[in-house]
Design a protein around this ligand. Sequence first.
Ligand SMILES: [Zn+2]
Ligand SMILES: [Zn+2]
Length: 246
Amino acid sequence: MKIKFLGTSSALPLPRINCQGRQICLSKDPKDQRLRSSLLIDNRILVDCGPDVYTQLLRAGMPVIEAIIFTHRHGDHINGFKLNFKEPQTAEVKLYGPKEVFKRIRNEYKFKNSAHIYKNGEALDFDAFTVNPLKIDHEGLDNYGLLISTNKRLFYAPDIEAIPKITLEVIKEADILVVDGSILNGPHYGHIGIDRLLEIIKPLNKETYFTHIGIGNPPHKELVKYVKEKGGDNFNVAFDGMELEI
Ligand SMILES: [Zn+2]
Ligand SMILES: [Zn+2]
C-alpha cells in the first residue's frame, strides 16, 4: 500500500506570502515548499481536504477519489472541499469524519455525499486496509489521529496538543508514526511542539516522521538534523511528494 504526502505544512503554506527574513521562507530547497497537510492512500483515499487540494491532486495526476477521511474541522483540513468537490462528478465520494466537520461544511454547502460520523477506535474498512480514528487532544476539538493498517501500521496525527493515555497505548503497536511538527517549542495554538513530543514518543522507538511543519521551524535540512540529534536516526521530517510503502 502506498501513502503519498500531498502536503506537509501547518495551517499556512511555506514559503508564506510576503514573508521576509525567515530562513524557512528564503530557502531554495524544494523540500521547503509545503502545501497544507494531506495524505493520498493507494491513489484513491484522501486524508483531509485543505485549501490546496486541487493543486495537490493535479500534481498527483488527478486520481479518482473514492473517499475523504477528515481528522478535524480546522480550515487547513476541510476548506478545500466546498469549492473543489462539486456534484455530479464527485457525488459518489464517501466522507468520513467527526460530527463537527459535517456540521461546519453543511452550514456552507449542502452536499449530497454520504457522510459517516466515526467514533473513537472504530474500524473503517477500505478493503485493502482499515483505518481506526484515535482521539488526540487539539484545541478542545473533536480531533483524531488515524491508525492505517495493512501489513504494517502507520499512525497519522498532524495536529497534536496532547496524546490521551489510551491512544498512546494503541500507537505502541504501530510501525510508523507521522506526527505534529508545527513548532519546535510549544505549546502553540493547540500544538505541543517537537521537543515535548520527542520526550513522549522517543521511548516508543518507531520510524517517525514530523509533518504539519510551521514557519517557526528551521529549513528542512536543519530540521532533519535537529530531530535526528534529539530523537535518534529513526526520526525524520516528511516533505511534499514523499511516499511510504506499508
Ligand atoms: Zn492543521
Ligand atoms: Zn488543527
